[in-house]
Write a protein that binds this ligand. Structure first.
Ligand code: GMT
Length: 375
């Protein structure tokens, strides 16, 4: 198939999933055309089967704000025509579905361009649920030729908010070889020169991830287990607040803020425990990647996380903001290496049994085929 994929190219779960999906489809013989404002972060290699088409913005004195949604639609239609696309798969409803639908309609009746939308989370729970954006988000979903969601939780939330339930659940996935625990002696020496155990957090530091909770949890764990470090991977609007709180608590020197990193599996391999205290999480790709690297997860019992993390078996779940309980669970894991390792091994086992690429990618291909047959 010739598949167009649109993602947000910046750091974020939906962009990662869309980019990795494109690479996996290409590895299975399909040609993938990424249509986006910039090269997606995870898309390091372009070739005959993985192509990139940059959305060009037109500036004109009358345009106070450049109309990205239209520029994207224009590019989608152009790529569909020149590259003979079979379908367009957009990740994150707003504004990508709307652009896709505009492109599809503008090509009629000469060309057929089915639009598939994958819902990732905040496009429904935050942006879409906002009263001002609700009608246009609903329009984008209803008008799509096929809709997938990354968890049962998100499917149910979409049904409740938009009264729309023709949705197929296709979860996030993980590559078993890219994400596996491996020796990272040099990195460990840099992050924990005194042999400290590492608690790691990986996110885009948006308020919804509650990264400040990580330092609060860490400060409480430090009262019970002293030889530990907190490694904060990623960047975003909350980073300053997190660093400030670490300074106020007097634990800044025990924290490493390493910013955005390409080699997440290395940081996970160096860690003993992952902290994911999110306010909302429709799936929790960070949890899945940690589990594949045998890292038990301490997370909020929220959204789709309980579908991914089994409480007491592959990690521990707590109510949002219950930093006391999260700290207790983390201290328990750090104090008992055998429990931790067994939990880590079970985490990888379950992660791969449910979310391996060769289980999930065929579900997307099957979904594409069913949409093509229908339209
Ligand atoms: O908040 C983020 O992590 C970014 C966001 C996105 O759409 O870019 O992530 C969402 O999509 C990920 C991939 O499907 C999911 O694993 C995350 O759970 C989801 N985030 C939220 O629902 C907050």
């Amino acid at each position: 198939m010739n598949i167009g994929i649109t993602v947000y190219p910046t750091y974020g779960g939906s962009g990662i999933v869309g980019s990795e999906l494109g690479k996996e489809l290409a590895a299975r013989g399909h040609t993938v055309h990424f249509i986006s404002s910039a090269l997606p972060t995870r898309l390091t290699e372009l070739n005959e089967r993985v192509r990139f088409h940059e959305v060009e913005m037109m500036s004109y004195p009358l345009f106070e704000h450049q109309p990205y949604t239209l520029a994207l639609a224009t590019k989608m239609a152009k790529v569909a025509e020149t590259e003979n696309l079979d379908l367009l798969h957009v990740h994150y409803a707003i504004p990508h579905s709307i652009s896709g639908i505009l492109a599809r309609e503008s090509l009629k009746p000469n060309l057929r361009l089915p639009v598939i939308t994958t819902l990732h989370g905040t496009d429904i729970t935050l942006v879409g649920a906002d009263r001002s954006y609700l009608p246009i988000t609903r329009y984008g979903i209803v008008q799509s030729d096929g809709v997938t969601a990354i968890s049962n939780y998100l499917k149910d939330a979409t049904k409740e908010i938009f009264q729309f339930d023709d949705i197929t659940v296709i979860p996030n996935f993980v590559c078993a070889s890219d994400y596996s625990r491996h020796p990272v002696d040099e990195l460990r020496k840099t992050l924990a020169p005194n042999g400290e155990s590492i608690l790691v957090h990986v996110s885009n530091f948006r308020p919804v991830k509650r990264p400040v909770d990580c330092v609060e949890i860490f400060a409480r764990v430090l009262k019970k287990v002293t030889n530990i470090k907190l490694v904060m991977v990623g960047d975003g609007s909350e980073r300053m607040n997190v660093e400030h709180r670490a300074r106020c608590l007097g634990i800044y020197d025990k924290c490493s803020f390493v910013g955005k990193q390409a080699n997440i599996a290395d940081y996970l391999s160096a860690a003993e425990v992952l902290l994911l205290p999110s306010e909302q999480e429709s799936f929790g790709l960070a949890a899945l990647e940690a589990m594949a690297c045998e890292v038990p997860v301490i997370a909020s019992r929220v959204g789709g996380v309980p579908e991914v993390v089994t409480d007491g078996e592959t990690g521990f779940l707590s109510e949002v903001g219950d930093i006391g309980k999260m700290a207790e669970d983390a201290a328990y894991l750090l104090a008992d290496a055998e429990v931790r390792r067994n939990m880590g091994r079970r985490a990888r086992e379950l992660a791969l049994a449910r979310y391996r690429t060769d289980i999930v990618i065929p579900q997307y291909i099957q979904f594409y085929e069913s949409v093509l047959a229908k339209t």
